[in-house]
Design a protein around this ligand. Sequence first.
Ligand SMILES: Cc1ncc(COP(=O)(O)O)c(C=O)c1O
Length: 448
Amino acid sequence: MRYANTVLETLGNTPMIKLQGLSKMLDCTVLVKNEAANPSLSIKDRVANYMLEKAEQDQKIKSGGTIIEATSGNAGISLAMVAAAKGYRMISVLSEKQSQEKKEILKALGSEVIVCPSDLHPNDARSAYAVASRLHDRTPNSWFVSQHNNKCNPLAHYESTGPEIWEQTDGQVTHFITTVNTGGTISGVSKFLKEKNPNIKSWGVDAYGSILKKYFETGLTDLNEVYPYETEGVGVHFVPENFNVSLVDGMQKITDRDTKKLAKEEGLLLGNSVGAVIKAALNLKDQFNKEDTVVLLANDHGTRYLSKVYNEDWMQQKGFTEQPARTAIDLIKNPDEDVITVKTSELVSHAVGRMRKFKISQIPVVDKQGFVGSIDEMALFSAYLDDHRKSDTPISEVMNKSFPMVQEFTPIEEVLDLIRKGNSAVLVALENEKHGIITKSDVLTHIQ
Ligand SMILES: Cc1ncc(COP(=O)(O)O)c(C=O)c1O
């Protein structure tokens, strides 16, 4: 019989897979190290197990103790898995932006979950890091993992991920690209690979809104670089001790929108940070020769992001869709729903109530003939300024001219032209006999 005694014996030894499409595009061999093949579906399984074993050896935690970590999800999930297998209590402190799936998985593995606001500096008392640290102070026999500073984090990669990459490529790896959060992966893997061959180039991927690239280039921590972004597990707002810049050859910054999907092209359902790595590889095309072997690291599995990058509505809401809009219908949020209107005989107060209820800034006016006018915030604002009793006035007395109407197959350029000419919205006659509306903000979401 061949079986593992516990799940902990099944960590690592993940497969390396050639990316056919990307290899053609970059005209070299592009491989992905698929860390989603770890038992809890991310690279952090290696780190969690290694860090806990060391904490046990150093008596930082004893039987029945509590593991506490501030985590972007994956480290918490791996720690929760290891904690369950070894009988420890686990508390994960997450920031709001982590996907719902990650929170549910943590709970399923028996972890307690505390959610803090996103994008705060660790010195801020409300940040996940500060909350986890306070919890540790208050909880007897607890161990605060602190993966950003814990030296066992890069060591786990130095001892397992790095050697696996070297062996799987038969020592032919020339470039390594990975996202940076704690810095554990890039520092540990790069140290091992560069000891084997100092010519190997290591590239880190950071997010717009994070400070790591600037720190790498200037040694400065510029808090003006900090702003919120969506990609999980990429970048941070402080410099982690585990980010060893001397082992890194260059950094790329990606936008949230650059997250690409390998699922449809290669059958690989991977997490959002590999999308950032792929975008970085595409940007670095000029760096690679035909004989090069570029290894990309995929940190986690796509099922962790079913409500995010793999959800078309979410992608559209965030303005991340890659399908360019071609005709008017592509800009309509809900083509199956009729546009919200107000009748000429209704009062200004009705229009205001409807605009508030549906959170819209303009509303078309209809009578028996169809669309005959429009009301927008500016028209209402000036009406109220003139006379506060205007709320009882019929719409017909304050409305502006009707929004222009186009067909659903009208090219997008014509719609943009109408908005450019000062119309705050454009109506669209749909083939289902309903009408849609395209507002300035729909256009902005599309072009951002
Ligand atoms: C999805 C994801 N990608 C990338 C990383 C970055 O890895 P590291 O912390 O080793 O820098 C993390 C780490 O939290 C992650 O969760």
